[in-house]
Design a protein around this ligand. Structure first.
Ligand code: FCB
Length: 459
């Protein structure tokens, strides 16, 4: 049996827009996602997060369920327009009160709250102000952060500013797949820089305010492999690595921009003010890593501004999830080891890991999701191996606690430990939820009762 270090933090994660619903209730303002889902053909099947898991109305029961599942920590995100309907100015007390009650409900059950300030649901009024390409938003974000810290930081000790700024900037402003649906490479790089700066300003507020606890940034760091050892494929891989990793990590940790990459980008590179770098450097107490998959990268003259083509890679015997993502547990180990080498072994939490699968409920709604268990088990084995290598991983969170609204793919993807019947809003823990409860109880991996996939070494 593999045991994790004492005090290793176990949890599960969700995000506001993906579960809360109540999109226009109790004074909440409109977000860019509330707007985007109403554009025809932008979300599969015309789905929206209007109701989602109806968590806003079912919060108390949902927290009770987390207690039954033995979760030591719950990672949730705060909807900016629920707190500040217009992004700044007048506060919506009922919105802030929802998170206040959530935190109290969690603590009453002995569950540690972990809060993230931004998971993509920008107030629509701030998009009308120019959105993330506008530098003003860095100050608005810091003001919003202060309001939330003042209300919750006496009880929440684990904070993140942004979840996946790469996705918010590049899928939102570069590729137009996410809200606000803009396709402009320079706007995407500018947004990414402003999110990093907004992160730094919020951390400055946190530190100057002497709030207790730790604050970090969550990045989506999937693993990349060159499609071949041809120099052009290796160079293309390095460009994708620069866009997804270095534009954030180099300034945060090394105190420098990836100037070689920005030079290569030319006119698409972001504009930066003289003092930005000093403000950004050393602003993470920990780094959150969301990890799902591995891609191979080939040079391709038609491969967008990076001249790169990504192809999902699955380790032999593992196959693909319903997202089309390749399953490669060894990629997690390699990714963690690379981060240690390149960035001086920062303190890490795996803040999201999980898989969408074609769950088949029985008549009672129960899902015997053995493949999800195999996925999670294998990724935990690789996490454990990285810890043995000296990587400073302090915790692991499953994405997601619930089946929920999976952005442009609507409700077609099921990532949950808990099945949600979206007709009745019934919650039914899957086999994986029961398995994960055991993992938490043992602080390790219980003996496997399933045959290992073909390429997997025995425990
Ligand atoms: C991550 C997001 C999360 C969810 C998972 C599948 O990129 O942070 O909201 O969509 O992917």
């Amino acid at each position: 049996m593999l045991r994790f270090p004492p005090n290793f933090l176990w949890g599960a994660a969700t995000s506001a827009y993906q579960i809360e619903g109540a999109w226009n209730e109790d004074g909440k303002g409109e977000s860019i996602w509330d707007r985007f889902v109403r554009w025809p053909d932008h979300v599969l099947n015309g789905d929206s997060g209007d109701v989602a898991c109806d968590h806003y109305h079912r919060m108390e029961n949902d927290v009770a369920l987390m207690g039954e599942l033995g979760l030591p920590c719950y990672s949730f995100t705060i909807s900016w327009p629920r707190v500040l309907p217009r992004g700044r100015g007048a506060l919506n007390p009922k919105g802030l009160d929802f998170y206040d009650r959530l935190v109290d409900a969690l603590l009453a059950r002995g569950i540690q709250p972990k809060a993230t300030l931004y998971h993509w649901d920008l107030p629509q009024t701030l998009q009308e102000h120019g959105g993330w390409p506008n530098r003003d938003l860095t100050n608005f974000f810091a003001d919003y952060a202060r309001i939330v810290f003042d209300k919750l930081a006496d009880r929440v000790k684990l904070w993140a500013t942004f979840n996946e700024p790469w996705v918010a900037a590049f899928l939102g402003y570069g590729h137009g797949i996410h809200a606000p649906g803009i396709c402009n490479a320079q706007a995407a790089y500018q947004s990414a820089h402003h999110m990093l700066l907004a992160h730094a300003k919020a951390v400055q507020v946190f530190r100057q305010g002497n709030y207790p606890g730790e604050i970090g940034l969550i990045l989506n760091l999937n693993h990349l492999l060159p499609a071949s050892d041809r120099p052009e494929d290796i160079a293309a891989t390095e460009r994708v690595y620069a866009e997804t990793h270095r534009i954030f990590l180099d300034p945060l940790i090394h105190g420098r921009y990836p100037e070689d990459f920005y030079t290569w980008l030319g006119a698409h590179a972001p504009q930066r003010a003289a003092d930005d770098l000093a403000l950004i450097h050393r602003t993470v107490d920990y780094l959150g890593i969301n990890h799902y998959n591995t891609d191979t990268v080939a040079y391709d003259i038609f491969g967008g501004w990076l001249k790169a083509r990504l192809t999902p890679y699955a380790a032999p015997g593992w196959g693909f999830t319903t997202m089309g993502w390749g399953i490669n547990p060894y990629g997690l180990h390699a990714e963690l080891r690379d981060l240690k080498i390149r960035y001086g072994n920062p303190k890490l939490y795996i803040t999201e890991n999980g898989c969408a699968l074609p769950d088949q409920p029985d008549e009672s709604g129960f899902v015997a999701d053995h493949k999800r268990i195999a996925f999670l088990r294998a990724h935990l084995q690789q996490t454990h191996a990285a810890i043995q290598d000296g990587v400073d991983v302090q915790g692991y969170f499953v994405w997601s606690l619930f089946d929920n609204f999976e952005w442009e793919r609507g409700y077609s993807q099921r990532f949950g430990l808990v099945r949600v019947d979206f007709q009745t809003q019934r919650r039914i823990p899957k086999q994986s939820a029961l398995w994960f409860r055991e993992v938490i109880r043992c602080n390790g991996l219980p003996p496997d009762d399933r045959p290992p996939p073909p390429n997997r070494p025995p425990d």
